[in-house]
Write a protein that binds this ligand. Structure first.
Ligand code: HEC
Ligand code: HEC
Ligand code: HEC
Ligand code: HEC
Length: 224
């Protein structure tokens, strides 16, 4: 009986960390961070809405609830700022897809509560007071606000090349489950922010898809 009880306890504690509630992506008034709202009691709505979601260029993620019009001004990862770089993959001119989604908050230009479809019955969103992680108008500040200069960040919106002998074969990465995730159409799958992060799950903080113990996340893709 005892071992079985231990298994149950372990599963119970795991479910406490999985999911948005109680993580820094819980932007509701009950959220734990200081970058949050004060009059919203939902969690998904900041990113998804069941109806009237984004269309056209803003439709970067299923049922996306934010406008992604600010695509200009980004500096992508490049060889000039990364001497010795030898990329085989192709980097998009601006963040795309599941990376552009992050920048609707993480470039600091748009309030975290800007939504296409506000929570049912709500006319405006109000924010916690200004601090080190958010100004009083809902725009992100601090270390999590990556801004638009991505030249010193791991490449994103880059195709996963088959010609780089230092990488795990793409087919192997694509076949993994509960691990890193590549995005995009077959043949041109890309590494995006959400390849390494799962915004919905903080079991491996900060929202990582694979633990960083022994840099396991990195060696899922890199033969190092
Ligand atoms: C901070 C923004 C954010 C919040 C909050 C959020 N999501 Fe997401 N969601 C994303 C992004 C970005 C993607 C696309 C990247 C990915 O698949 O991880 C996504 C993808 C999804 C997908 C499709 C891919 C999959 O994993 O099945 C579903 C379903 C989903 N979210 C459901 C939810 C639900 C339900 C909630 C609330 C409990 C929620 N999301 C809250 C940003 C968010
Ligand atoms: C709706 C706004 C919003 C979107 C969209 C969003 N985030 Fe966040 N994210 C936040 C806020 C707010 C914080 C908390 C900042 C703080 O407290 O310092 C945060 C924090 C984080 C953190 C740090 C967590 C920690 O424990 O310090 C990571 C990692 C992160 N986000 C990744 C992502 C990624 C990757 C995406 C896109 C796939 C994304 N986020 C999309 C609002 C957002
Ligand atoms: C190659 C994997 C990878 C990719 C791609 C990636 N991240 Fe991260 N990110 C990490 C790791 C690992 C950490 C934790 C760093 C540490 O241990 O200090 C992290 C930390 C963060 C943090 C916390 C603040 C900090 O600087 O430590 C934020 C916010 C964040 N990432 C957002 C993003 C966004 C937005 C993108 C897309 C532009 C992105 N990440 C792409 C691996 C990645
Ligand atoms: C989801 C797969 C994936 C993960 C996880 C990942 N990387 Fe990468 N990384 C790539 C791809 C793809 C490239 C581009 C390789 C190319 O174009 O030849 C790259 C590029 C790089 C580069 C730049 C190489 C150059 O020539 O400019 C470095 C350095 C790097 N990654 C380190 C890391 C570290 C450190 C981690 C863990 C925090 C990590 N990567 C996690 C896929 C990944």
């Amino acid at each position: 009986m005892k071992p079985r009880l231990l298994v149950l306890l372990a599963a119970g504690s795991l479910s406490l960390t999985a999911g948005i509630t109680g993580t820094k992506h819980d932007l509701s008034s009950a959220g734990p961070g200081t970058a949050k709202t004060t009059n919203v009691n939902q969690t998904c709505v900041f990113c998804h809405t069941p109806h009237n979601a984004a269309t056209g260029a803003s439709q970067v993620v299923p049922l996306w609830n934010k406008t992604t019009t600010v695509t200009t001004g980004f500096t992508m990862y490049n060889a000039t700022n990364n001497i010795g770089s030898n990329l085989q993959g192709v980097v998009d001119a601006t963040p795309t897809g599941a990376s552009m989604a992050c920048f609707t908050c993480h470039d600091g230009t748009q309030a975290i509560g800007n939504m296409i479809n506000l929570p049912f019955g709500l006319a405006t969103v109000t924010y916690a007071s200004a601090g080190t992680t958010m100004d009083g108008t809902g725009k992100m500040l601090g270390i999590s606000m990556l801004g638009k200069d991505l030249s010193n960040d791991h490449p994103i919106s880059i195709t996963y090349p088959s010609t780089d002998p230092g990488l795990v074969a793409k087919a192997t990465v694509l076949a993994l489950s509960n691990s890193v995730k590549l995005f995009g159409s077959a043949g041109s799958e890309k590494v995006q922010c959400a390849s390494c992060h799962d915004v919905h799950n903080n079991a491996n903080a900060p929202f990582l898809r694979v633990s960083m113990t022994n840099s396991a996340l990195c060696t899922t893709c890199h033969l190092k």
